[in-house]
Design a protein. Structure first.
Lengths: 594, 388, 159
C-alpha cells in the first residue's frame, strides 16, 4: 500500500493512498469538526462543516470526502475556513428548531456543540424553518421531528447501507428537500423494522425514540401500583456512559441501587428470562432436529433462527414472510418476563396482576413496538406495560437527583432476579448462540462444551456473519440420533447480514441447523436504545464488558440457574409444555414487502 | 485587455461542404493522438459555461486504462437565457453526432449518449431517426460506437456533469464529490468525456476545416468563436455566432435598443455588467465568461426583480444536499425581500454579500458556487434598487 | 391495477430492469398514466429489486415525474425573467380564466393541468408554454385561449 505525504497546518503526515484529508488529520490529532460524516457510514460530503483550505485551490474542500494527494498543503484553521464554517453552522441553525431547552437531545447534540464552539446566535440570519412541521409519532418506537433535521442524510445512509432496509429516503429538492419515507407515509406505515439505528446515528433530536418514562414515573408514584422493572444485559455495560463512566464500564450494582432508590418496587433481571429462553429454545431446537433427522418430517423448517430481536422479527415479517416457519416460536426474554410477571410472579408474591406495572429497560427501540404487539397479552393483561431505552433510564436516574458514582452496589430482587453468565451473553452478537450451545451440548452429551472456560470464541467478534461447526460425539442414549452429527451454526448481526442469511435460506441453500440473528450491528450492545454516540470501538468495548461480566458470574450455564429449575418445578412443569406454550411462545404475522 | 470588435462568424451553422460522414472518415484516417493534439492546439474550451480545455479533457480520458469508456453530449441546456443548444440540435444535429464520434474514436469509447432535457422532447421526432441512421452508417465505416438518447426529467442541476451521471444511473441528480473527476470516474464509474453540444460541433469543425481558421479568432485565452443566445430588451433577439473577446460595449451597440441599463452575461449564474462597465469588460474566459446566455435590460427594468427571479430559480433548482446552497439560497431570497420591504436595514445586504462568498467557497458544486456572481454584481451595481 | 402491472412489464422489456432503467421507466409511466401512483411505484420497485422508498425518493427529485394525478394535457408556462418581461403574467391570467383553475391545479375532467416551469429555452420568443411536448412561442393570451379551445372546445363557454 503506497503512502501519500502531505502537510496539514505545517505538520507533515504520511498516510495510505485512498485515505481522505480527514483521515490524515486524525492521524496527527488535528481536529476538524464534522457533521454528516460518521465512521460507520460511507462518505457524503454534503454538510460542508469539515471544509479546509487546500493550497492552490480557489474553493475550499470537504476534508471528509477529498482523497489525500502527494504534496498537498492543507490549512484547517485560516480566517477563510473559520468564516465559512461559522456561516455554515449559522445557516444550519437558521433552518433549525432551536428550542434546546425542551429537546431530548440537549447536551448531547452535535449541532448544539458546533454552535457553542463557533458562538452562533439566532440573530445572524432570518429563520427559514418551515412553519407547522408536524412531529411523526405514529410509530410505537421512533419519533421523527423534521424541524430538527440538519439533512445530513446519516439516517438514510444508515437505513440503506448499514441495515439495507431502505425505509428512509430523501425526497424533493432545493428548499423542499427533506428526509422522507415512501410517499412520505408515517413511520408506522413504512417498511420500518424499528431497529432504531437511524436514531443512534442522528446527530440531533430529529430522530429519537418514543418516550414513555413519564408514564413510568406516574406508576412509581402511584401507591396502588407495584412496579416491576427488568433490565437487559446490554444496559448494565452501557448506562455508565450517560453517568460519567468511560465506555465499557460495568455498573450493574449501582444501576440496581439507582432503580431501587427511584422507587421501583422490584428490580429484576431480564437475564433470568434469557436463561429461560435458552431452556425453551434449546429444547425446541433439539425437538426440530429429532423430527427432521429421525421422523423425517418434511414440514420441519431448518435452520431454526432465533426470535429475540424484535427488529429482526419485523424484518423477516416484511421481507421474507414465506419463511416465518424458520423462526423459533419462543418469545424474547422481555416478553417472557412480562407474561410471567403477571402470572408466576404475581401468584408467588400474592399481588393482583392488575396492579402490576411491568417495565422493561432495553438497549432497543424495537422492543417498544414488541411490547405493544396485539398478541402480547398472554397473561390476561398487557404483558409489558412500557419498554424504555437505556437512554430513558439514564435520564430517570438524573431526574431522581441521584449521585450515581456514590451509590453502593446493590443486588437484584427475587424472584426472577437470578441469572447466569449465559444470560448476560445475550447482549453481544453471538451471545445467544454461545449460551444455547453451552446448554444444548451438555444436555445431549452430558459434558461441557469443548471450549476453554466455556468461551466459544468462533461465534464472538464483529464480523458480519460468523459460523462454526461442532461435532457431537458421545451422546447420551436418548439423544443417540445426533451421534456424529456436525451441528452447523451461524451468527449474523446487522440487518444487511440478516438479509444475506435469508437469501441463502430462501434459495434452499442454507447449510446451517441453527442461526442467531440480531438486527443491530454488534448485537444488542449496539442497539437503537443505547447511549449516543456509537461506533465500532464503542461497540467492541461494550461487548468486552459483557464477556467480563459473564466470566465474573458464579454460574455460567442457563440450566444451572436455581430459579430456572424452580420455575419449571413449580410452575411451567416442563420445557415446551402446556404452560410454556401459553405464556412463553408466540406467533408471527405476514407484513407488506413494499 | 485584448478587446475585439463585434464579428459575426459562421462555423457552427455553416452547412456547405459539410457531409457528416466525410468528416468522420477524415478523423478515422488520423491517429487518436493526432486528433487530440489538434483539439488541444486549437485552444478550444468548453462552451457550456465551465470553460475546461476540451483537448485536455479528451487526453485525460484517453490515458485512463479501461475497456469501458463513455462519450456524453450534455444537452441539458437550462441556464436562463440560453437556447443555443436547442438551435444547434435542430439545425445541425449531425455535426453534434460527428463530434461524439470523433471523441469516441480518440479516447476509445464504444457507447455514447445524448442527455437531452425533457423540455426539448419535440426534437426527438427528428433526432431519433437521425441517430439510428447515423449509428448504422458509422458501423459501416468500421467504428464500434453506438449513440443513444437519454431524456432528462426536469432538473436544472442535471446539467452539472456529475449530477447528470447520477441521473443516468437512476438516482437523484445530486452532484458528487470531486475529485475524482469524470475523465477518471464518470458514468457508471467509468472514464467519461462529457461535452456541451456546441463544444462537440466545434470539435467536428476543427477536424473539418483545420486548427488555424479557428485559432486565429478570439484572444489568447478565449480562442475561436461562440454561439450566443440574445434576449430581453432588444429588437434582435436570437442566436448569433460571434468571435470571442468582443467588448460588452460593442455588443450593446449592436443588440441594445439605445437604453441598455445592464447586460446579464451567463444567465442566473453569470455576471451583471452595468452601463458604466460596458467599455471595460470583454466577453470571454479571461473577461466575463458565459455559456451563451446574454440578457439585455433597459432602464425600465427593476434589477431587484431580476435578482429575485434568479434567486427563486436557484432556491427551487438547488439539489438541496449541501448546507451553503440549500439554506444560502433561501437566506438570500428572504434577505433581499426583507431589505426591500424595510424589515431589515440596507446594511444587511453586506451580510448577504458575505454569505455569497461562503457559498462560493464552500458549496459542493457550481450551482451554489456561482450564486455569488449575479448576486454581488447586481447588489453592488444597483444597490439603490435593492433598498426600501 | 392489472393495467399498471402489464404496463410495467412492457416497460421492463423495453428498458431493462437495471437501476439505470429507472428514469426511462418512470417517464413512460407518467406518459401513459399521467402520474406515478403508489401502486405503480411499488410495481417498479419490485421489478428493479429496489425499495419503494428509493423509487419515490428518486422520482420526487424530478419536476416532471409527478406523484399526484395530472391532466391529459400538461401546460407548462415559463416563469423565468425573459418570459416575465414578455408578458407571462397576462398569459397565466388568461389560462386561469379559460380553464377555470388556478396555477398549479388540474381541471376536474382531468383534461388540463396548469403548471409553471423554469426557463424552457425560447427566451427570444417569449412568453412561451409547452402543452405536453408541443411548444407554443410568442403566445399571446388570445392565442393561448384559441389553443386551449382547439384541444377542448368545451372551454369556449368560459370566454
Amino acid at each position: 500500500m503506497s503512502k501519500i505525504n502531505l502537510t496539514i497546518d505545517n505538520k507533515k503526515v504520511s498516510i495510505e493512498k485512498g485515505k481522505t484529508i480527514l483521515d490524515a488529520a486524525k492521524k496527527i490529532n488535528v481536529h476538524i469538526p464534522t457533521l454528516c460524516h460518521h465512521e460507520d457510514l460511507c462518505v457524503a460530503g454534503n454538510c460542508r462543516v469539515c471544509v479546509v483550505e487546500v493550497e492552490g485551490q480557489k474553493v475550499l474542500s470537504a476534508s471528509c470526502a477529498i482523497p489525500a494527494e502527494e504534496g498537498m498543503v492543507i490549512k484547517t484553521n485560516t480566517p477563510k475556513v473559520r468564516n465559512a464554517r461559522k456561516d455554515i453552522v449559522a445557516l444550519l441553525v437558521s433552518e433549525h428548531n432551536t428550542q434546546c431547552t425542551t429537546c431530548y437531545r440537549s447536551m448531547n447534540c452535535e449541532l448544539q456543540e458546533l454552535s457553542a464552539e463557533y458562538n452562533i446566535d439566532n440573530n445572524r440570519y432570518l429563520s427559514v424553518l418551515k412553519p407547522n412541521i408536524e412531529i411523526d409519532r405514529s410509530s410505537w418506537s421512533i419519533e421523527k421531528d423534521d424541524s430538527k433535521c440538519v439533512r445530513c442524510q446519516r439516517c438514510v445512509r444508515t437505513c440503506a447501507e448499514l441495515q439495507h432496509v431502505n425505509a428512509l429516503t430523501v425526497s424533493g429538492k432545493g428548499k423542499a428537500m427533506k428526509i422522507s419515507t415512501f410517499m412520505d407515509l408515517p413511520l408506522n406505515e413504512a417498511v420500518c423494522t424499528n431497529c432504531g439505528q437511524c436514531v443512534i446515528h442522528c446527530p440531533t433530536g430529529a430522530l429519537t425514540e418514543r418516550r414513555y418514562y413519564d408514564r413510568v414515573w406516574e406508576a412509581i408514584g402511584d401507591e396502588k401500583k407495584h412496579v416491576v422493572m427488568n433490565t437487559a444485559p446490554s444496559v448494565r455495560v452501557a448506562i455508565g456512559e450517560m453517568l460519567g463512566y468511560p465506555v465499557g464500564s460495568r455498573v450493574t450494582g449501582k444501576m440496581v441501587t439507582a432503580m431501587k432508590r427511584m422507587g421501583v418496587d422490584s428490580v429484576l433481571d431480564t437475564d433470568f428470562t434469557a436463561d429461560l429462553t435458552i431452556i425453551e429454545e434449546g429444547n425446541e431446537l433439539l425437538q426440530r432436529l429429532k423430527k427432521a433427522l429421525v421422523d423425517k418430517d418434511a414440514s420441519i423448517k431448518l435452520p431454526m433462527i432465533t426470535s429475540c430481536s424484535p427488529g429482526w422479527v419485523k424484518f423477516i415479517e416484511h421481507i421474507f414472510p414465506e419463511h416465518l416457519g424458520h423462526l423459533s416460536t419462543c418469545k424474547s426474554p422481555q416478553q417472557m418476563f412480562g407474561a410471567l410477571s403477571k402470572t408466576y410472579y404475581a401468584e408467588k408474591k400474592g399481588i393482583d396482576p392488575k396492579d402490576i406495572v411491568s417495565v422493561a429497560i432495553m438497549p432497543c427501540a424495537a422492543k417498544k413496538f414488541e411490547a405493544r404487539r396485539p398478541e402480547m397479552k398472554d397473561s390476561g393483561y398487557r404483558d409489558i406495560d412500557a419498554g424504555l431505552t437505556t437512554r430513558e433510564l439514564g435520564h430517570m436516574i438524573k431526574q431522581a437527583g441521584l449521585n450515581f458514582s456514590d451509590l453502593e452496589d446493590g443486588t437484584f430482587d427475587s424472584i426472577m432476579g437470578e441469572s447466569t453468565g449465559a444470560g448476560v451473553l445475550f447482549g453481544a452478537t453471538g451471545g445467544v448462540m454461545e449460551a444455547a450451545l453451552r446448554t444444548a451440548y451438555e444436555v445431549v452429551t452430558g459434558r461441557e462444551v469443548p471450549f476453554d472456560n466455556l468461551n466459544i470464541l468462533p461465534v464472538r467478534g464483529m464480523e458480519g456473519i460468523k459460523d462454526a461447526a461442532i461435532k457431537i460425539e458421545g451422546c447420551l442414549p436418548e439423544w443417540s440420533f445426533l451421534e456424529g452429527v456436525e451441528l452447523k451454526v451461524a451468527v449474523a448481526h446487522g440487518l444487511i447480514n440478516a438479509r444475506q442469511i435469508m437469501d441463502q435460506v430462501a434459495a434452499g441453500e442454507s447449510p446451517y441447523h441453527f442461526i442467531e440473528v440480531m438486527a443491530c450491528p454488534g448485537g444488542c450492545i449496539g442497539g437503537g436504545g443505547q447511549p449516543i454516540p456509537t461506533n465500532e470501538e464503542i461497540r467492541l468495548k461494550r461487548a468486552a464488558a459483557i464477556y467480563e461480566e459473564d466470566m465474573g458470574m458464579p454460574m455460567r450455564k442457563s440450566h444451572e440457574n436455581p430459579e430456572i429449575i424452580k420455575i419449571y418445578k413449580e410452575f411451567l412443569k416442563e420445557p415446551l409444555g402446556h404452560v410454556s406454550h401459553q405464556l412463553l411462545h408466540t406467533t408471527y404475522k405476514k407484513r407488506n414487502h413494499y | 485587455m485584448n478587446k475585439k470588435e463585434l464579428k459575426r462568424v459562421d462555423i457552427i451553422f455553416d452547412c456547405a461542404n459539410c457531409e457528416p460522414l466525410e468528416i468522420v472518415k477524415k478523423a478515422l484516417a488520423m491517429k487518436p493522438d493526432e486528433i487530440i493534439d489538434q483539439i488541444i492546439s486549437s485552444g478550444l474550451k468548453g462552451r457550456g459555461g465551465a470553460g475546461f480545455p476540451t483537448g485536455l479533457k479528451w487526453k485525460l480520458a484517453k490515458e485512463e486504462k479501461s475497456d469501458t469508456k463513455y462519450v456524453i453530449c450534455n444537452a441539458d441546456e437550462g441556464e436562463p437565457g440560453t437556447f443555443k443548444d436547442r438551435e444547434i440540435l435542430d439545425v445541425v444535429p449531425s455535426k453534434v453526432l460527428v463530434g461524439m464520434c470523433i471523441c469516441a474514436y480518440a479516447i476509445g469509447a464504444k457507447e455514447g449518449f445524448v442527455y437531452l432535457r425533457n423540455e426539448y422532447n419535440f426534437l426527438l421526432k427528428d433526432l431519433i431517426p437521425l441517430i439510428e441512421k447515423f449509428n448504422k452508417n458509422i458501423q459501416k465505416l468500421g467504428l464500434d460506437f453506438h449513440i443513444k438518447v437519454f431524456s432528462g426529467s426536469g432538473a436544472y442541476i442535471c446539467g452539472e456533469e456529475s449530477a447528470l451521471f447520477e441521473s443516468m444511473e437512476g438516482k437523484r441528480g445530486e452532484p458528487r464529490n470531486k475529485p475524482p473527476y469524470p475523465t477518471k470516474v464518470g458514468y457508471n464509474g467509468k472514464p467519461t468525456v462529457i461535452n456541451n453540444v456546441e463544444t462537440l460541433v466545434y470539435c467536428t469543425m476543427i477536424v473539418r476545416i483545420g486548427v488555424e481558421p479557428f485559432k486565429k479568432l478570439g484572444t489568447n485565452d478565449s480562442r475561436g468563436s461562440k454561439v450566443f443566445s440574445v434576449s430581453g430588451d432588444t429588437s434582435k433577439a436570437g442566436i448569433y455566432e460571434l468571435e470571442l473577446g468582443v467588448g460588452v460595449d460593442e455588443f450593446v451597440n449592436e443588440f441594445g435598443n439605445g437604453d441598455t441599463k445592464a447586460v446579464q452575461v451567463g444567465g442566473a449564474s453569470g455576471h451583471c455588467v452595468p452601463r458604466k462597465d460596458f467599455k471595460n469588460k470583454i466577453i470571454g474566459f479571461e473577461g466575463i465568461p458565459t455559456g451563451g446566455s446574454m440578457m439585455i435590460f433597459n432602464s425600465s427594468r427593476s434589477m431587484y426583480n431580476v435578482l429575485k427571479d434568479y434567486l427563486e430559480f436557484f432556491e427551487e433548482e438547488s439539489c438541496g444536499q449541501c448546507t451553503p446552497c440549500r439554506v444560502g439560497t433561501q437566506q438570500l431570497l428572504k434577505g433581499i425581500e426583507a431589505v426591500k420591504h424595510g424589515e431589515k436595514p440596507s446594511s444587511y445586504l453586506n451580510q448577504l454579500l458575505k454569505l455569497t462568498e461562503t457559498m462560493r467557497v464552500a458549496s459542493k458544486c457550481g450551482l451554489g458556487q456561482s450564486v455569488h456572481n449575479s448576486f454581488s454584481s447586481i447588489v453592488k451595481n444597483f444597490r439603490e434598487e435593492m433598498i426600501y | 391495477m392489472v393495467q399498471t402491472e402489464n404496463l410495467i412489464q412492457e416497460l421492463i422489456k423495453k428498458h431493462g430492469n437495471k437501476r439505470t432503467s429507472l428514469l426511462p421507466i418512470l417517464q413512460d409511466v407518467v406518459e401513459r398514466e399521467r402520474y406515478l401512483s403508489e401502486y405503480a411505484m411499488v410495481e417498479v420497485a419490485k421489478a428493479l429489486d429496489v425499495s419503494s422508498a428509493e423509487v419515490y425518493g428518486t422520482a420526487s427529485f424530478y419536476t416532471f415525474l409527478y406523484t399526484k394525478p395530472m391532466g391529459k394535457n400538461i401546460i407548462r408556462v415559463c416563469k423565468t425573467i425573459s418570459c416575465k418581461m414578455a408578458g407571462k403574467e397576462e398569459l397565466v391570467k388568461a389560462l386561469e380564466k379559460v380553464l377555470k383553475i388556478k396555477m398549479g391545479e388540474t381541471t376536474r375532467d382531468m383534461q388540463f393541468s396548469l403548471t409553471e416551469s423554469n426557463c424552457l429555452g425560447w427566451c427570444h420568443k417569449g412568453p412561451v408554454m409547452l402543452i405536453n411536448d408541443t411548444v407554443y412561442t410568442e403566445i399571446t393570451p388570445e392565442k393561448a385561449v384559441e389553443v386551449i379551445c382547439a384541444i377542448d372546445p368545451k372551454h369556449l363557454t368560459n370566454l
